[in-house]
Design a protein around this ligand. Structure first.
Ligand SMILES: [Zn+2]
Length: 594
């Protein structure tokens, strides 16, 4: 039975480039999972976009003396380029700066208001008289009231690490013009998490047996240790989504509140772009649909507690307000398989110190599949891991190339030299031929179960183990010798190995889509394994924005053992992977932190 699976991927903040830690933290695991589910015949909708709003974008715009819109567009364009090159097959990668997202977010807000889960409260905030605006916490600097450090930020002190209450800063000053702000009263909407707590606890208890321990610890564990409190969900800021209530002009929905709504709004936008405006209902209203959220561990509370609270709190009113539909509620997360962090050469990745391997920079020198391989083999699924340049080179040369990349090289040339490049007719298979095929075919069950449970390292490791088994089979029969004495025996070996390789190509394709697609062509297939991905420009009331969209129409791949037929014409094999020159390790290490 085909299932509807929503693959929700973390929204990158449009104020910085993406590094390998971000890729292995959420984007790559989501893509591997989605590619597998599509091959397995499920209906997948994989969505995300650029997080365009909030003070990190406006602060960067002020620093670069440009507009928030231009900052967001610049980084968004970089994300699209990276995801295309890396083969991340988003059904839709959009942005939060779209008319559709504004409308969906405001509908969630109004539904929460209608259901009594929002309240207002007055609070003190720094106001810059010269700029006639309230200053977000990040716009105020001053002396830390805990340690006395004179350059503390409003939200945090970089010296002692304390989270600060901006209103208590000593000698405050505006970050933009250095003027002294004054404390004035302002009013904000709060999400009443305390009132929603019983339902959130129940939601988490239903999932605690299969969620990752760290995710349960940071959600259910936290709530049981310390009750939930209301959180402000509006800000005095003009870059963002207006609060849809009269008298609240000049205030915006807080970025953490609206960005998570993007998972819903992107599904709605995808339906519109695909010309089936109601298609998103299958992933958002169907109780049987499963929603997975691929995020890093720093985002667990937002996805495992606050976002479910928003969905639960919006209830049936969302449908009524958004599309005059009653009796339906939005589905809650099925799983939030958050990853830990990846460090770099033993230190925490830091963009500001340039202690990072940036995705686009890396792909200017290396191919995408070796990156995907290394990041999966080293994925921080249960604990922090480390990017090590020497290890990247080792794994590329000694595993990816030696075990898998060379395998087709061991049989394609024989098929071309002795059978004119067609798959030989094997006759009756020997017991050992049948056995190796059975071993590889069993991988569809085992690797599939690993990926379905988001154990991607285990899935990749099992697929590579099977490639090793096929190498052993060839070591034993040596068709390059068999051909000299027994052409029929060699035909059995070559046929069996090609068929095993054909299966391995599928087993590895969620991890290594580019090389699997090429190998698929060398094996003589004319229909591609996967669909196509391209950018499209969308017009709306806010202007235009560019999206990435995956088109599955031409995809022919199936998560099933090879049915390779004798007589199928092969194409000339090109090397799948390059051997990397290990003297470059030093060069790469010297690049870091420069
Ligand atoms: Zn301090």
């Amino acid at each position: 039975m085909s299932k509807n699976i929503l693959v929700s991927v973390a929204w990158p903040y449009a104020n910085s480039q993406i590094h390998v830690g971000n890729i292995t933290g959420s984007y790559l695991p989501a893509d591997i999972f989605a590619r597998y589910q599509r091959l397995a015949g499920n209906r997948v909708l994989m969505v995300s976009g650029s997080d365009a709003h909030g003070t990190p974008v406006t602060v960067r715009a002020d620093a670069e003396q440009t507009t928030p819109l231009q900052v967001y567009q610049k980084y968004h364009t970089g994300f699209l380029e990276l995801f295309l090159k890396l083969g991340l097959a988003y059904d839709l990668f959009t942005s939060t700066h779209t008319h559709n997202h504004f409308k969906v977010s405001q509908s969630i807000f109004l539904a929460l208001l209608k259901n009594g889960y929002l309240y207002t409260e007055r609070q003190q905030q720094w106001y810059a008289a010269a700029q006639r605006r309230f200053l977000p916490d990040r716009y105020v600097e001053g002396t830390c009231y805990i340690c006395g450090y004179t350059n503390a930020r409003g939200d945090q002190c970089d010296n002692c690490g304390s989270l600060l209450d901006a209103t208590q800063l000593i000698d405050p000053r505006s970050k933009t013009d250095g003027s002294t702000p004054e404390l004035l009263e302002t009013e904000h909407f709060y999400l009443d998490l305390g009132k929603l707590q019983p339902e959130i606890v129940e939601f988490l208890r239903q999932r605690q047996d299969y969620w990752r321990p760290n995710v349960i610890r940071q959600s259910l564990g936290q709530i049981l240790a310390d009750d939930l409190h209301g959180r402000a969900i509006t800000r005095d800021l003009d870059w963002g989504i207006p609060v849809p209530v009269e008298g609240w002009e000049g205030k915006c929905l807080y970025v953490w509140f609206e960005a998570v709504i993007g998972y819903l709004s992107a599904a709605v936008e995808w339906s519109q772009v695909a010309g089936e405006p109601d298609a998103w209902h299958d992933w958002w209203y169907e109780p049987e649909a499963r929603a997975y959220y691929f995020i890093g561990k720093d985002n667990i509370p937002f996805h495992a507690v606050i976002w479910p609270a928003q969905l639960k709190g919006a209830g049936e009113w969302f449908g009524r307000i958004f599309e005059e539909r009653s009796g339906t509620t939005l589905i809650l997360p099925y799983d939030v398989p958050a990853n830990e962090f990846m460090n770099l050469e033993g230190q925490k990745i830091s963009g500001s110190r340039n202690w990072a391997v940036w995705g686009l920079d890396f792909l200017s020198r290396y191919d995408p599949d070796p990156l995907r391989y290394y990041l999966t083999a080293n994925m921080p699924e249960s604990k922090d891991t480390d990017w090590d340049w020497q290890e990247f080179f080792n794994r590329n040369n000694n595993e990816l190339l030696a075990t898998w990349g060379n395998l087709p090289n061991r049989v394609f040339p024989i098929a071309f030299r002795h059978w004119e490049g067609v798959v030989p007719e094997p006759g009756e298979l020997r017991p050992e031929d049948k056995e190796i095929l059975a071993v590889v075919d069993a991988g569809f069950q085992v690797v599939g179960e690993h990926i379905n449970a988001v154990r991607l390292r285990a899935g990749l490791s099992e697929a590579m183990r099977l490639a090793t088994e096929v190498n052993k089979y060839l070591d034993k029969f040596k068709p390059w010798f068999e051909i000299k004495t027994d052409r029929q025996a060699a035909a059995k070996s070559v046929y069996t190995a090609l068929r095993a390789i054909d299966s391995l190509k599928v087993l590895l394709s969620p991890f290594l889509p580019f090389t699997s697609e090429r190998l698929h062509t060398y094996l003589g297939y004319t229909q591609p394994l996967f669909g196509e991905q391209a950018t499209e420009v969308i017009q709306d009331q806010l202007g235009e924005h560019t999206v990435l969209r995956y088109r599955p129409e031409k995809a022919s791949g199936k998560w099933a053992p090879s049915q390779l037929q004798p007589g199928q014409a092969l194409n000339q094999l090109e090397p799948l992977f390059r051997k990397l020159d290990e003297s470059l390790v030093t060069e790469e290490r010297e690049r870091l932190g420069q």
